[in-house]
Write a protein that binds this ligand. Structure first.
Ligand SMILES: [Fe+2]
Length: 272
């Protein structure tokens, strides 16, 4: 799958992410506390509250896992959740671009090493017709998690390619999650909530990014070098254990390019 066959935006060309002006989250009601959350199939504690799903049902499956299968566009609003979260729906609609999946994630605390192990790339553009807009994902942080970071890597195994974006309440980031390895590091004692929306790249999203003063490169949030080193070691040992388990079951433990598979499937951690 070649992004050059799609409509893409210049803002993502250099780094694959754009940080927008922060949003004044404190002015809004905590609508996520009223939402209905559903378990995601294999990611343990992580739950999602769908605002838009493939056909409007209260479920979070990939749009391509439905009949008929569809790409991650033209999401259908989930009535019961939209009814209690009109402000979240309005924020998702603000860019005016085509919306695919739209949901609130409930992420339990994670350690840095676990985050590195969870690094993954999304499969947003499966079934997306060439010549149309490349699908990217927006992350609007809802809870105030000043120590929490979106961890991005161009190369999963190269810490030098890492960017860490702090996620206080109102942080707004749009990411080409099919290009960048990503996961959220959430050192906290309570769950984090974030609005995640798939958007189609095009003139509407381009105008929105410009209106919100999007920047394509920021300085990484600081990290303690000891935490970083320990995290690398933890992630490496978890990957080796995972690869051994897959090999014992006769499955290919690599991504096909020689790198060890980070987790059971890309779908295991299909959101950050
Ligand atoms: Fe993801």
């Amino acid at each position: 799958m070649n992004p050059e066959e799609y409509v893409t935006l210049p803002a993502f060309r250099e780094t694959g992410y754009v940080v927008l002006d922060p949003y004044d989250q404190a002015q809004d009601p905590r609508e996520w506390e009223q939402l209905t959350f559903v378990d995601w199939k294999s990611s343990g504690d992580t739950r999602f509250a769908p605002l838009a799903s493939a056909y409007g049902d209260m479920e979070c499956n990939g749009f391509w896992n439905h009949t008929p299968a569809k790409t991650d566009k033209d999401g259908v609003w989930v009535d019961a959740n939209v009814a209690v979260a009109p402000r979240l729906k309005a924020r998702a609609e603000e860019p005016g671009a085509n919306i695919g999946r739209c949901r609130v994630i409930e992420l339990q605390p994670t350690a840095y090493g676990e985050t590195l192990y969870n690094l993954h790339r999304d499969d947003n553009n499966r079934l997306n017709p060439e010549g149309t807009g490349w699908i990217v994902r927006a992350f609007f942080n809802l809870t105030d998690d000043p120590d929490t970071m979106m961890v991005l890597r161009e190369d999963r195994d190269d810490p030098a390619t890492e960017t860490r974006i702090a996620l206080p309440a109102g942080a707004q980031v749009i990411i080409d999650t099919q290009r960048l390895w990503h996961a959220v590091w959430h050192p906290s004692d309570r769950a984090r909530y974030c609005l995640i929306t798939s958007y189609e790249s095009g003139p509407e999203l381009d105008a929105y990014i410009k209106a919100k003063n999007g920047v394509s490169r920021i300085e990484s949030a600081p990290i303690d070098p000891a935490v970083q080193a320990e995290g690398e070691a933890v992630a490496a040992s978890k990957r080796e254990a995972r690869a051994a388990a897959l090999a014992a079951r006769g499955q290919d433990p690599t991504f096909g390019d020689g790198s060890l598979r980070a987790s059971a499937t890309m779908e295991t951690y299909s959101e950050a």
